[in-house]
Ligand binder design. Structure first.
Ligand SMILES: *[C@@H]1O[C@H](CO)[C@@H](O)[C@H](O)[C@H]1NC(C)=O
Ligand SMILES: *[C@@H]1O[C@H](CO)[C@@H](O)[C@H](O)[C@H]1NC(C)=O
Ligand SMILES: *[C@@H]1O[C@H](CO)[C@@H](O)[C@H](O)[C@H]1NC(C)=O
Ligand SMILES: *[C@@H]1O[C@H](CO)[C@@H](O)[C@H](O)[C@H]1NC(C)=O
Ligand SMILES: *[C@@H]1O[C@H](CO)[C@@H](O)[C@H](O)[C@H]1NC(C)=O
Length: 679
């Protein structure tokens, strides 16, 4: 009898087990309405159409979605086989540059605490990357080449075991059984792509297969022999994690099916929700403009109330240390009167550092530009004012002269010479709506080549003064067209020097800020997080190309080959076709020799390796010199290996909060400086 009982018990148990494993199968065709709700985390949302959007095109996001219940992946000795298929689409912000990708992931938790966005894909961080205690199995669909993780390109699939350095990866392609060939596949195309991931616990191998079509190709893209037993925990969550860096993409999932110990049900592309239509920027802007004008009434009312409150609270504070710099200090009342109470009609522009107003000083009647910066750190302000005191002593005909400052509550006001012609970008990118400024006639908005070359020479002299000729080395940190101002005679004058430092001296250690501007940032900033004379030279190189070509370093509206200005210039230069890239608005009216010198200088300065760039003294000499023969020839940028060495220690300096974006010939770098430890 006991024997029978035991048999019954075994029968009962095995029934239970099979009932249990039957449940380890699910399918989402769209993510609304089904009995299974995915569990969302980070910025992931389910749109009305049923599409799951893991991230949108805002920078530095993490979005995740997991099946709500953990699944049993192994018992003590044996791992289960599993199979999954899903349909995804990646729509990048810029046509050629994605950011950063997503991963299918098995994880002990749904939260993945401490994980970072950007190249970490929301899976790990710089301290736990590669640690066997993670128990993370992931298949990454990566759209940025991170040299730190030995990525092979910016369009690959990799199998990740506890580490973002893939155990094995492959450039994305799919196998077409008709022709028997592998066709390349672009992850960032914005089109729906199907992916199959299978783990065979007997053969102990993971395979990944891709296709733009519904049916599964017979040959996988990637096949990795690996026993998952040590990675898997008994129960694991299964889902997806996506992230963006400074460059970003919308990452979408349209459908997902999964099965333990069997083949996942296939997905029929036609029954899945369809992708949202490509964004129409103008339409989008119109909506924003409309809602802004409605909202601004409300904001104005609130602002009025807040203003009254602040007047009482933020009386002007003078601390003893400020008196040391006495004569340069303006009174708040004077500046308010000068700018007619910071009225919008006096607004010259607004940028990352604050708003700039035109003002007329009541005492002297002199015109000034008043920059108003809000800052939330007393400490930061104190360090900065000390710095301003020294910056205020800088004098050069190609610098915008700082006349003084004023501090009131959290506002820092900087008073500069007034530059009647506004900033250079208004003249270069006439097709764009740029910041408001003093009126300029359309005729005036086109700079001749002579004027352009003169401006470049002027900016080079200003940088030479900052780097080399003054008593201390001053690094500008944010050389770009909108920081070059034009005086009454259209001479170029560099403004905003040292201001980026204020942001680095920020107060709140939990916030991160971008210092510098995409397209102007030198690659080595990723390693050190520290601006140098050489990183200023890099930015100057980008400026030179802008001035010659009349467009921005990264132009989202351009065709993909022309998206990144340096790539485009490099390519045309090496083909000897550089006249094609000179600003067409010049209509051929330029000095060939000078343009050639300028382009050569631009390319030399854009060298990815800091040591290979010329110094600003050399640059100034080339620009003022006799001609193109004096400028060394431009060698091709070195191959990838150099970057690996260069960036091998990335993360030490700035807490690893660094993004890399690799384009054909040059690395465009996004740097995010952690402010921990400052202020
Ligand atoms: C899924 O979500 C819907 C709406 O939020 C809810 O009504 C339904 O009960 C949920 N289903 C499950 C299985 O949690
Ligand atoms: C993207 O998502 C974030 C977080 O949910 C949100 O703050 C932001 O407004 C979104 N951006 C756009 C362009 O929809
Ligand atoms: C647990 O292991 C035994 C033998 O090793 C196997 O027969 C059984 O199917 C496993 N159970 C599960 C749920 O995988
Ligand atoms: C990395 O993540 C772990 C948890 O997985 C966390 O304990 C640790 O603090 C994180 N490290 C950093 C530098 O954020
Ligand atoms: C892995 O993580 C554990 C606990 O988080 C830690 O004690 C150990 O030092 C880490 N090992 C490595 C190689 O980082």
């Amino acid at each position: 009898m006991p024997k029978n009982l035991i048999l019954l018990k075994i029968l009962f148990l095995s029934l239970l087990v099979s009932a249990f494993s039957q449940q380890d199968e699910f399918i989402y065709t769209g993510f609304t309405g089904s009995g299974n709700n995915v569990s969302l985390n980070g910025v992931a949302v389910i749109q009305e159409s049923g599409i799951l959007q893991l991230t949108n095109e805002t920078s530095r996001l993490i979005g995740r979605a997991f099946h709500p219940r953990p699944l049993r992946f192994k018992n003590s000795t044996v791992a289960n086989s599993f199979s999954t298929v899903f349909t995804f689409a990646i729509v990048p912000e810029y046509p050629k540059l994605g950011g950063h990708g997503f991963a299918f992931v098995l994880s002990p938790t749904r939260e993945l605490a401490g994980a970072l966005p950007s190249q970490y894909l929301g899976l790990l961080n710089s301290s736990n990357n590669g640690n066997a205690t993670n128990h993370i199995f992931a298949v990454e669909f990566d759209t940025v080449q991170d040299f730190e993780f030995h990525d092979i390109n910016d369009n690959h699939v990799g199998v990740d075991i506890d580490s973002l350095i893939s155990a094995k990866s492959a450039a994305t392609s799919y196998y077409d059984s008709g022709s028997g060939e592998h066709h390349p596949l672009n992850l960032k195309s914005g089109d729906a792509i199907q992916a199959w991931i299978d783990y065979d616990s007997i053969a102990k191998a993971v395979s990944v297969t891709l296709s733009p079509f519904s049916s599964k190709p017979s040959t996988p893209l990637l096949s990795v022999p690996f026993d998952l037993l040590s990675i898997l925990e008994d129960e694991m969550f299964v889902g997806f994690s996506a992230s963006t860096g400074l460059l970003s993409s919308s990452h979408y999932l349209l459908g997902w099916s999964f099965k333990m110990n069997g083949a996942a049900q296939s997905l029929d592309l036609s029954s899945l929700p369809s992708l949202p239509h490509p964004r129409k920027k103008d339409h989008y802007l119109a909506i924003i403009a409309a809602s802004l004008s409605a909202i601004s009434f409300v904001i104005l009312a609130i602002a009025a109330a807040v203003y009254v409150f602040h007047r009482i609270k933020n009386a002007e504070i003078i601390e003893p240390w400020e008196l040391e710099y006495g004569p340069r200090r303006f009174s708040y009342a004077n500046l308010r009167r000068a700018t007619k109470g910071f009225r919008d009609s006096e607004l010259l522009g607004s940028g990352g550092f604050g708003k700039v107003y035109r003002g007329v000083l009541p005492c002297s009647g002199g015109e000034v530009a008043v920059k108003r910066i809000s800052h939330d750190s007393r400490q930061g302000i104190r360090e900065f004012v000390a710095e301003i005191a020294s910056i205020g002593r800088l004098r050069h005909r190609n610098l915008v002269q700082l006349q003084g400052w004023c501090r009131r509550g959290r506002d820092l006001l900087l008073v500069y010479d007034y530059m009647p012609n506004g900033s250079l970008d208004r003249f270069l990118f006439s097709d764009e709506k740029t910041s408001p400024g003093p009126p300029a006639s359309p005729r005036q908005l086109l700079l001749t080549w002579d004027q352009r070359f003169q401006i470049l020479r002027g900016v080079a002299s200003a940088l030479l003064y900052l780097h080399d000729e003054w008593e201390h080395v001053v690094i500008h940190r944010d050389v770009k067209a909108s920081n070059v101002l034009l005086d009454a005679d259209l001479n170029g004058r560099l403004g905003d020097f040292g201001l980026a430092k204020l942001h680095e001296h920020g107060a709140n250690p939990s916030t991160t800020r971008v210092v510098g501007t995409l397209g102007y940032l030198a690659p080595e900033l990723t390693r050190t997080g520290k601006a140098t004379a050489s990183s200023d030279v890099f930015a100057f190189g980008a400026l030179v190309m802008e001035v010659v070509c009349g467009r921005r370093p990264i132009e989202p509206k351009a065709s993909p080959e022309e998206l990144v200005l340096v790539d485009w210039v490099c390519e045309r230069w090496s083909q000897g076709r550089w006249p094609e890239i000179v600003d067409h608005r010049l209509a051929g009216n330029y000095n060939m020799g000078e343009v050639e010198v300028a382009l050569k200088v631009g390319l030399l300065c854009s060298h990815p390796v800091a040591a290979a760039r010329p110094t600003i003294r050399e640059v100034a000499r080339y620009l003022h010199g006799g001609g193109t023969t004096e400028v060394p020839t431009v060698s091709q940028p070195p191959a990838t290996g150099v970057y690996e060495q260069e960036t091998a220690s990335a993360g030490e300096g700035v807490g690893g909060l660094v993004d890399f974006v690799h384009s054909k010939s040059v690395i465009v770098v996004e740097e995010v400086v952690s402010l921990a430890g400052h202020g």
